[in-house]
Design a binder for this molecule. Structure first.
Ligand code: MG
Length: 251
């Protein structure tokens, strides 16, 4: 299934199922329970939002060997973990705001895992049973601030630095999909999720052994080689096989 969170034409936020350019809303306030099958919205009549509200986005750095190489950083022996707050989140077509503090902001196309239920101390073998589905994320980064301060909360934590969407799907094989990014239509990154250093079950098990992953929480699984900067006015698109295209403009 494909899941979306959206503004209705009269301005209400709903969760729904996307099927062939039409959305059927869930009766409740999340992706669970019954749908209101008497109500149907055309995709053209609604505005898609960041597809989930979360308590935390847990992000993995340097999870593709060739990306670690391009940053001249060591391939990690354990997952490199940081957190983006919810105030970073924006949806498809929303604008990424270029902060005055930074002279260079970068795109990082990533596969995002969305948790379907609370998870604590999850064994690797059970990890996928906690997942609702997958979506596209752009781990926007103020690259020139990354070395300052010794950790990454500032360089990755600005408002609007986490575009996500357009929908969540449980119909892909997350261990073998193409990830690409484009700036103004020109290809930049091209990788495959099979090249992750730490795979998704390992990450869910590892993170949940530290902190409870709440229903709706998101794990960003790292970015492949080919990152680069964006200028004001640039349009960045992150594309993952089976998950559509996440498009945002830099303001
Ligand atoms: Mg990243």
């Amino acid at each position: 299934m494909k899941y979306v969170r959206f503004f209705t034409p009269d301005g209400n936020v709903r969760y729904g199922i996307l099927d062939n350019d039409f959305v059927t809303p869930f009766a409740g306030s999340w992706y669970e329970g019954d749908t209101e099958d008497s109500v149907r919205y055309a995709l053209d009549d609604i505005r898609l939002l960041c597809p989930v509200e979360f308590s935390k986005a847990v992000c993995i750095g340097l999870n593709y060997a060739r990306h670690a190489e391009e940053l001249e950083m060591q391939k990690p022996a354990a997952p490199v973990v940081f957190i983006k707050p919810y105030t970073c989140a924006i949806g498809p077509e929303d604008e990424i705001i270029h902060p005055a503090m930074s002279k260079r902001i970068d795109f990082e196309a990533e596969l995002a895992v969305v948790m379907g239920r609370d998870a604590k101390n999850v064994p690797i073998a059970d990890a996928y049973t906690y997942v609702l589905g997958y979506t596209i994320a752009n781990d926007v980064t103020a690259r020139d601030l990354q070395e300052k301060g010794g950790q990454w909360t500032i360089c990755k934590g600005f408002d609007t630095f986490l575009p996500m969407g357009p929908y969540i799907s449980d119909e892909i094989d997350p261990e073998n999909v193409l990830i690409e990014s484009f700036v103004n239509g020109e290809p930049r990154q091209k990788g495959n999720t099979r090249d992750m250093i730490f795979d998704i079950p390992h990450l869910i098990s590892y993170i949940s052994s530290v902190m409870t992953l709440k229903k709706g929480d998101v794990i960003l699984t790292g970015t492949p080689k080919g990152i680069g900067g964006m200028e004001k006015g640039d349009v960045v698109e992150c594309v993952i096989e089976g998950l559509g295209r996440l498009r945002n403009r830099n303001a």
